[in-house]
Design a protein around this ligand. Structure first.
Ligand code: TRP
Ligand code: ZN
Length: 885
């Protein structure tokens, strides 16, 4: 609908909910079509008159022709669900503007101009949580990727950098705290009970980094002195009741600032760093310049209400957003196809930080587990895309595990090939060369190439090609030589039927069987389809340890005996490889058992016996710390197992995996009970030892729950009762929630009563029940959806109930298709409220091609039901169409 020359009446409030329905087939945006914007916006001045239901924005833009672009006789300013109430150019009201698909088009002569545009919005009606929205009585923005256009008309693209000066005013009782990017330059009060503040951000930035917050907030404040001696004021803003849970966030921020100076040479560049926590948020957090906005989940933590995992997640996300100040803000993205430029790099940076804070081995294992559970399935499914996509319809759909996590792995490979020192020279050059610019992935690769002296010509394929490469490995032995043959294939993905070989850096070691030692690790870069390497000096066939440290994000397909894997599980000095050997034993066994004709009793016995050997040595090895022991005791996840099978039967995978747990629990009952006892003796603390003991405590219960439910129920109930921290309490409750014992109901009721009113803990209460192994989980989830504490408006609550459910195979994949129907119902109900969050639920259904026929048809049916719905959002429509594709 084009509205030409409609003089909008000044008292119209364009509610965001009134936006016209999206066309069924939204246009495709292509990377190759990039063109610079014809205008520059040197200065942006915004005046916000704030109100929960009515906020008026007056925008003044200093516009001039962009010498670097083709000229244009008009300017297109993006808008989404807003209308201009008044427009003037150089002080003169104009009315020769038009609207094109929500955007404002204004004729403009080739000269510098001052534009002034007034808009008005209703933040309380903004349920999408993009643009300016209300959350618990406070006002808050989220502009990445394309939310700024829901506030005011602007070239809402990351390559238009502007210097922002903001004035904001509003009722002082409702909004005592007024925050924006940069520095607070002035403030004052008016006689009518309103007050105002002015903010100036000296660093030019794209609109997606704009942020504004107004509300009743209190701060946990501190200072940090940077390497050049600048004192920075730090504030973590929260609701008063949450203040006592912010110390960990403050500490995490200071550690991040210090680490980035030491490891990447990056210093903070403003005198103020504000973080605000909000309860209603689509994602984890947002790196707005000098004013990060966080989901409360990644700010608040104390031992009573947060698990060790929550503490680590807060530390990791605080670091992530802080690191964006350089990798994202000082150097930003030219267009959204370059998203991995900032996200892949920043994820790598936060992973390296967390490795330094928490221990390298365990953090690496966790990151690989996330990659395999979230990114591998993406890469092998209908939504597969390169880390630098070629096209999209809705950019929000491309904030994916591929862009983030695989993107980080790709840069990690460059670091592995260059070595730490040369990699640092590469990143120094990148920051130096592109500071203040909107850059591309190609710019990044070139800077690493130049700075680290690496030839990355072929390596660029990692940015172009989707799909997880498979490396087939075989090891032969002749005389005193070991011959290693490596073959790579990159699978076909949607739109990419043929693939080129890519350079794959593989760290490897060859162990002598007798001594259990090797003569040093090698780095081999496989950059052809196939290559054979000879290693001499081995009188007997060595044991191969390959892709150590998970040096490349590939899947390894190798012929290896159970005996060799048991050897590596006990002897490998690379902790990841040791973990991997144990995992491999379980993966092979479970995949064989759950696919095709299953296993003969003999093969089943042999497979189990090897796993038992590995588990026994894990339990007995006194040189291991408990954090690592906990990792080694975890079985491969069901999604990862399903991934290994062409057409998986989730029910069988579940049965086999549970069966293995039961058997291991029976075989190792004595050891597991004594591990639980030993760990229970360790008093609460944040040391590695104490954290490790909490991890193995619950790990032991998980096996016992499968083998001896009565005993496990008793131990778990006792652990729950005695708990002086959330890790123990939640671990025990999660185990209990899968059991049919009386303690289950007791403790679930107790937990709810104990933590009533604490949103984040109640989220856990929903998630624990939705992901439990209990046979009635479907009924439980249906009942929970009607619970007074459930609301579809809050993304954390929706995710805690339904993401946990969709990730729980025995519930989601219920044989009668009820799980699929529930997720489809949710998508349809949520789409009109919050399309970004709704679209995230499509991918579990999108796996239909890889699931056995009966279920597959029912999954497809639900996707077809969704796509047939009227007025589907661009977000959901794109994901469903691609999934059916
Ligand atoms: N850039 C943010 C990050 O990775 C994430 C983000 C992108 C986001 N879009 C968002 C957060 C929308 C909330 C809402 O750190
Ligand atoms: Zn990020």
């Amino acid at each position: 609908m084009d509205i030409a020359n409609t003089p909008a009446s000044p008292d119209t409030t364009a509610t965001l909910a009134d936006a016209p329905p999206e066309p069924k087939d939204p246009p495709v945006i292509r990377r190759e079509d990039y063109k610079p914007f014809p205008w520059t916006i040197a200065k942006t001045r915004l005046d916000f008159e704030l109100g929960l239901e009515k906020t008026r924005i007056t925008s003044k833009l200093s516009v001039a022709p962009n010498e670097q672009a083709e000229t244009s006789d008009s300017i297109l300013l993006n808008g989404d669900g807003i209308e201009p109430l008044a427009i003037s150019v150089d002080g003169e009201a104009v009315n020769d503007w038009t609207m094109q698909e929500g955007n404002l088009v204004l004729p403009l002569s080739q000269a510098a101009h001052e534009l002034e545009i007034v808009t008005q919005i209703d933040p309380s009606a903004n349920s999408q949580l993009m643009g300016l929205f209300a959350s618990n009585g406070m006002l808050c923005t989220q502009c990445e990727a394309e939310g700024f256009r829901r506030i005011t008309f602007f070239p809402d693209r990351p390559d238009v950098l502007s210097t922002y000066t903001i004035r904001m005013s509003g009722p002082k009782d409702k909004f005592p705290v007024l925050l924006c990017n940069g520095n607070n330059t002035d403030s004052g009060e008016n006689a009518d009970g309103t007050h105002w503040a002015e903010w100036h951000d000296p660093w030019p930035k794209p609109s997606y980094l704009f942020a504004l917050v107004a509300g009743q907030l209190v701060a946990n404040s501190d200072t940090f002195t940077t390497m050049s001696g600048r004192e920075v004021e730090l504030n973590i803003w929260v609701r008063e009741a949450d203040l006592s849970r912010t110390d960990h966030a403050v500490e995490s921020l200071k550690k991040s600032m210090k680490w980035d100076e030491e490891v990447f040479g990056r210093e903070y560049d403003l005198d103020l760093y504000n973080i605000v926590a909000v309860s209603d948020f689509n994602m984890g957090a947002m790196e707005n310049k000098g004013l990060n906005v966080f989901n409360t989940k990644y700010v608040l933590a104390d031992p009573e209400t947060a698990t060790d995992g929550d503490f680590d997640a807060v530390e990791g996300v605080i670091a992530h957003e802080y690191f964006h100040n350089w990798s994202g803000n000082r150097v930003t993205c030219r267009d959204w196809f370059q998203l991995s430029l900032k996200e892949g790099f920043t994820v790598l940076r936060d992973q390296l930080f967390s490795q330094d804070m928490q221990g390298e081995a365990v953090k690496r294992i966790e990151d690989v587990r996330i990659l395999r559970a979230a990114q591998f399935p993406e890469d092998s499914g209908p939504l597969a895309h390169p880390i630098r996509p070629d096209s999209y319809r809705e950019i929000s759909n491309f904030y994916t595990a591929t862009v983030y996590n695989k993107g980080a792995e790709v840069i990690r490979m460059m670091r592995t090939m260059a070595g730490e020192e040369r990699f640092r020279q590469g990143t120094d050059l990148y920051f130096d060369r592109h500071d203040g610019e909107a850059a591309t992935c190609e710019d990044f690769v070139t800077a690493i190439e130049d700075g680290a002296s690496l030839d990355l010509e072929k390596f660029r394929q990692w940015y172009r090609q989707a799909g997880t490469p498979k490396v087939s490995v075989s090891l032969d032995h002749e005389d005193d030589t070991a011959l290693l043959t490596l073959k790579q294939t990159v699978p076909a993905t949607p739109g990419q039927p043929d693939k080129q070989p890519m350079p794959i850096p593989l760290r490897l070691a060859l162990f002598d069987r007798e001594s259990g030692k090797h003569d040093g690790e090698e780095l081999v870069v496989l950059d052809e389809a196939e290559s054979t390497l000879a290693f001499s000096g081995f009188a007997k066939p060595p044991v191969l340890s390959i892709n150590r440290g998970f040096s490349a994000p590939v899947s390894i397909d190798r012929e290896v005996s159970g005996e060799d894997l048991v050897f590596l599980a006990a002897h490998d000095d690379d902790p990841f490889a040791r973990y991997e050997a144990t995992q491999d034993l379980a993966v092979r066994h479970l995949v064989a058992a759950a696919s095709g004709d299953g296993l003969s009793e003999e093969a089943r016995g042999l497979g189990r016996a090897d796993i038992l050997k590995a588990f026994s040595s894990t339990l007995a090895d006194t040189s291991l710390d408990d954090s690592m022991r906990g990792e080694l005791l975890s079985l491969p996840g069901q999604t990862y197992l399903a991934e290994q099978i062409e057409q998986a039967d989730p029910g069988r995978i579940q049965d086999e995996r549970e069966g293995l747990k039961t058997w291991l629990g029976q075989q190792l009952e004595r050891e597991l009970v004594s591990l639980h006892e030993r760990a229970t003796e360790v008093p609460f603390g944040f040391s590695q030892e104490a954290r490790g003991s909490r991890k193995v405590k619950t790990a032991a219960l998980i096996y016992l729950a499968a083998s001896n439910p009565e005993l496990a129920s008793k131990l778990a109930a006792a652990q729950y009762e005695a708990a002086d921290n959330m890790t123990d309490r939640q671990g025990a409750l999660a185990v209990l929630s899968g059991l049919g014992t009386a303690a289950r109901t007791d403790k679930l009721i107790d937990y709810h009563r104990r933590y009533k009113g604490n949103e984040l803990v109640i989220d856990k209460w929903f998630a624990i029940q939705a992901s439990s192994l209990h046979p009635s989980v479907l009924e439980h989830v249906k009942a929970l959806a009607d619970h007074p504490d459930f609301t579809i408006k809050n993304p954390n609550r929706v995710r805690s109930l339904y993401m946990a459910f969709a990730a729980s195979p025995h519930a989601f994949h219920a044989v009668d298709g009820e799980g699929y129907r529930m997720i489809a119902d949710l998508i349809l109900a949520l789409d009109p409220i919050n399309p970004q969050t709704a679209a995230r639920f499509v991918s579990p259904l999108g796996r239909w091609r890889r699931i056995e026929e009966g279920r597959s048809a029912m999954m497809r049916e639900q996707l077809e039901r969704i796509v047939a719905a009227p007025n589907l959002s661009r977000d959901t429509a794109e994901q469903v169409t691609r999934s059916l594709g």
